[in-house]
Ligand binder design. Structure first.
Ligand code: SF4
Length: 321
């Protein structure tokens, strides 16, 4: 079982009204750790967050010293940023419906449209996929990094393998273990994860070489910002990040998850970005499958496309366009 197909099948199996799912996201503060899957439990302010935008609100805009009350000059809000960086942040925050543009004595200024609802997410669970435990790669070091950093409330290893005592002993004891069957979607919890300390100082493993480990400590506030950034990216990105190929062989619905790009010719889920195109021996030019991935995500989870508040704001802007 290829890891890509395993990952899509797992994402489809765990997504529901109470669980937002995204894949392949940065889960670091100073280092470079990409986690396979993030599962988010919505918090009490979720509806307020969902009402702002279906996309990601830029982290720099959320942390900027500007509120909804009074507009501030852009150069005062981001004094340490270069002009092109300021423009980039403001453009994205305005597009997300989080900032509004104004003028203060003729200078470009911004204010928040609404206060950021910090408690929109509750638990963040990081899931590392390793369908075949006999080819573990960097698994142990990756999970050690996740546990000592404590960015996630819980960390889980998902595998299709039979898990032996030796496998368990090689993993940090805080890491939960799921056995997942991508064909049936069945999931068994072989070991519960231990909750991690997300509001205390963490230790991030930057690099490990034989004999040396390069680490950095991470303060609670750095962690809190990194968690928020991660949750925002997860909300905007989701897990259906593929584009269907223009190939008659691709038939979503026949695979283990309804929307995954299943290829009749290959007899499995394929990764369109790396496997599909005229160079593929089975390529049969045609229309891409007509599946509205946003509509499916909205139907399966609490993610909301094109929220009402945003639509109203856009309508208001159009009147002045
Ligand atoms: S391009 Fe090849 S791998 Fe992709 S859907 Fe078509 S036949 Fe399958």
């Amino acid at each position: 079982m290829r890891e890509y197909a395993f990952e899509l099948a797992l994402c489809g199996a765990i997504e529901d009204e109470e669980t937002l799912v995204a894949r392949q996201l940065g889960a670091h503060v100073h280092g470079r750790r990409i986690i396979d899957v993030v599962a988010i439990d919505p918090g009490p302010a979720f509806d307020r967050r969902a009402a702002i935008t279906e996309g990601t609100i830029p982290s720099a805009a959320i942390g900027a010293p500007v509120g909804p009350g009074t507009a501030r000059r852009v150069r005062d809000v981001f004094p340490d940023r270069r002009p092109e960086q300021r423009r980039w942040i403001v453009d994205r925050a305005v597009a997300a419906g989080f900032f509004e543009r104004e003028r203060v004595d003729g200078d470009p200024a911004v204010r928040q449209v609404s206060r950021y609802p910090e408690r929109w997410f509750d638990r963040l669970v990081g899931i590392e996929n390793k369908p075949d435990l006999d080819r573990p790669g960097d698994l142990q070091a990756q999970l050690q990094t996740d546990v000592s950093l404590g960015l996630f409330d819980a960390v889980v290893l998902a595998t299709a393998s039979h898990v032996t005592g030796a496998h368990r002993n090689r993993l940090p004891e805080e890491v939960g273990i799921w056995r997942f069957d991508p064909e049936s979607g069945d999931r068994a919890v072989l070991r519960e994860s231990t909750p991690l300390e997300t509001d205390s100082q963490g230790v991030e493993i930057i690099e490990q070489t034989p004999g040396t480990t390069d680490i950095r400590t991470v303060s609670p506030s750095e962690k809190s910002r990194a968690r928020r950034r991660l949750a925002e990216r997860a909300y905007g990105k989701g897990w259906r990040t593929f584009d269907y190929p223009g190939c008659e062989q691709c038939q979503p619905g026949a695979g283990s998850t309804e929307t995954a790009p299943y290829c009749e010719w290959a007899g499995r889920i394929v990764d369109p970005a790396s496997e599909c195109g005229p160079d593929c021996a089975g390529f049969d030019a045609g229309d891409s499958p007509a599946v509205d991935l946003s509509a499916v995500r909205a139907d399966r989870s609490s993610w909301r496309p094109d929220p009402e508040g945003r639509t109203r704001r856009q309508a208001g802007l159009d009147r002045y366009g």
